[in-house]
Design a protein around this ligand. Structure first.
Ligand code: C5P
Length: 228
């Protein structure tokens, strides 16, 4: 049984604006995508890290990725949605993968992921019948907006968690789940649609998704404190 990481990086990053996809915005002189991949290749139990690129990607080849070593490979099979990109990657990998292998799907934009967070996920889930995801209990009071940008309602936060990544499921189960549902915004959503209940593994706020320009400055400061 192996552990394989898939990093979907075929999005356009439209919420960030700018002239290139978010995953290639520079952060301490390297593309944003570099940092998540660097962490994943550094996890001893992970055997391969597969980055999913858009077939039209022209940025990847402009960088030297060789310092990240031989676990790294690229799959130019990105689709119209994140779920489709992951489903395409799994089809591509299915010949080299057993149904029992664990697949860890991680957002390219969660640049501040640490090896310790990945280890905690693997330690908690390696004997789990379903799999699960890093996530964080919601601390703030939650509001749903109406069409006019005013509070439509307050949503009870009891039991609410924010889903992060990596999300870790057996390859065979994930292929089946994504074949049935690609209208989901994360892998856990597809597994839930099979009637299964992924385990929530408590993470922390440092594993945030770089989404808006101001998040970028925060990621830079956090990585700087770790000497990156
Ligand atoms: O847009 P969002 O931030 O939710 O995207 C999450 C991840 O999925 C990003 O790493 C993005 O590059 C990836 N993605 C993808 N293919 C798409 C859309 C998003 O690989 N069609």
């Amino acid at each position: 049984m192996r552990y394989i990481a898939i990093v979907p990086a075929a999005g356009s990053g439209s919420r960030m604006g700018g002239d290139r996809p978010k995953q290639y915005w520079p952060l301490h002189g390297r593309p944003l995508l570099w940092y998540a991949v660097e962490t994943l290749v550094s996890v001893p139990r992970i055997d391969a890290v597969c980055v999913v690129l858009s077939p039209e990607d022209t940025e990847w080849d402009q960088y030297d990725w060789s310092p990240l070593g031989s676990k790294l490979r690229t799959l130019r099979v990105g689709g119209a949605t994140r779920a489709q990109s992951v489903a395409n990657a799994l089809s591509q990998l299915s010949g080299d993968m057993s149904a029992q292998d664990w697949v860890l799907v991680h957002d390219a934009a969660r640049a501040c992921l640490t090896v310790q967070q990945v280890d905690a996920l693997i330690d908690t889930l390696s004997d789990d019948p379903v799999g699960g995801l890093l996530a964080m209990p919601v601390a703030d009071t939650m509001k749903r907006a109406d069409d006019g940008g005013r509070v439509g309602e307050t949503v009870a936060r009891d039991g609410l968690w924010q889903a992060q990544t990596p999300q870790m499921f057996r390859g065979g189960m994930l292929i089946e789940a994504l074949r049935a549902r690609t209208d989901v915004t994360d892998e856990a959503g597809a597994i839930e649609a099979l009637g299964l209940r992924p385990r929530l593994v408590a993470a922390d706020v440092t594993n945030f998704k770089v989404t808006y320009p101001q998040d970028f400055a925060l990621a830079e400061r956090l990585l700087a404190t770790r000497g990156k």
